[in-house]
Design a protein around this ligand. Structure first.
Ligand code: PDD
Length: 290
């Protein structure tokens, strides 16, 4: 039995639907041995996937970027997500998909003739609370010491794990990472800054994971008349920002109102956040009512 999870939940492992507590992989799986694999997290509301096409585009990009060939077409991935959601019977939840290079003798180079391990589970997620939305979160700055391929949604997450633990140890909700004095992202979220009414985002490059909410927020900016600019953002610009916010599949969009122990702007969620939040909520409502 595994603590704090639904051991009876049905998971998908290599073509089979089985109980979570019964799912087994080999100790020689390259995901276990090397962290050699990728994943994605698709949020769902009222049991309906949110931006599934974009998440599956990224999943396929991730697979291609590390040369894993899975015998699954786009329609198969879509069927897996909808099937898993249906079986789970959950409303607000996330579909986690992980693919590793498979099971082979331990040897760093890619093995020949192995089948990738494909795993999928669905877990409930709590949407951000009213307090989190209305009062905001706290964060501290952290030097980004991760590798230079952060654009790959890799399961090798040690850097992110250590970053998140640094937040826990500091008694805050998230870290804001900087590389060479410029903003990258959170431990498991993208970071955004508002200055003079303009929403700023770090460039889409190898130093961040481009969240599915990156393009979404860009589109919501157009919709809500918020100017948007993607460019390098200095530590000083973050420290003196009017607003800081973060996005992720499970945290949606949330304001950061305390940064390095000081209030961000006036310490309240700002106007850019409020506009984007309202537009984001509307997208979810549209999905729930579709
Ligand atoms: N993490 N950057 C990092 C390093 C992340 O781990 C995530 C998401 C994001 C935001 O991406 P998206 O908007 O597509 O969720 C950015 C997921 C939720 C996780 O690891 O659980």
């Amino acid at each position: 039995m595994i603590a704090d999870v639904d051991n009876d939940a049905i998971v998908y492992l290599n073509g089979e639907y089985i109980r979570l507590a019964d799912a087994r992989i080999s100790v020689l799986d390259r995901g276990f041995i090397f962290g050699d694999g990728i994943y994605d997290v698709v949020p769902a509301y009222a049991g309906r996937p949110f931006r599934m096409a974009e998440h599956l585009d990224r999943l396929e990009r991730s697979l291609k970027s590390i040369s894993i060939n899975v015998d699954m077409e786009r329609a198969d991935w879509e069927a897996l997500v909808t099937d898993m959601l249906h079986r789970s019977g959950l409303g607000d939840c996330m579909v986690y998909i992980q693919v590793t290079r498979g099971v082979a003798k331990r040897d760093h180079a890619f093995p020949k003739n192995v089948s990738p391990t494909v795993f999928c589970m669905v877990a409930p997620f709590d949407r951000p609370t009213a307090t989190e939305r209305d009062q905001g979160l706290s964060a501290v700055s952290l030097t980004d010491v991760r590798w230079l391929r952060c654009e790959i949604k890799s399961i090798s997450l040690l850097g992110n794990v250590l970053a998140k633990q640094a937040a826990v140890d500091a008694g805050v909700d998230e870290v804001v990472q900087f590389r060479d004095g410029y903003l990258t992202e959170g431990a498991s979220s993208n970071m955004w800054v508002a200055r003079n009414g303009v929403l700023l985002a770090p460039p889409r490059d190898n130093l961040i994971l481009e969240g599915i909410r990156y393009s979404l927020l860009e589109a919501l900016c157009v919709q809500t008349d918020v100017p948007f600019e993607a460019r390098a953002i200095s530590r000083e610009e973050v420290a003196t920002a009017d607003e800081i916010m973060m996005t992720s599949a499970t945290r949606e969009v949330l304001p950061i109102t305390q940064f390095d122990g000081k209030p961000v702007g006036d310490g309240q969620p700002g106007t850019v956040y409020r506009k984007l939040r309202a537009a984001y909520d509307q997208r979810i409502k549209d999905l729930e009512q579709a």
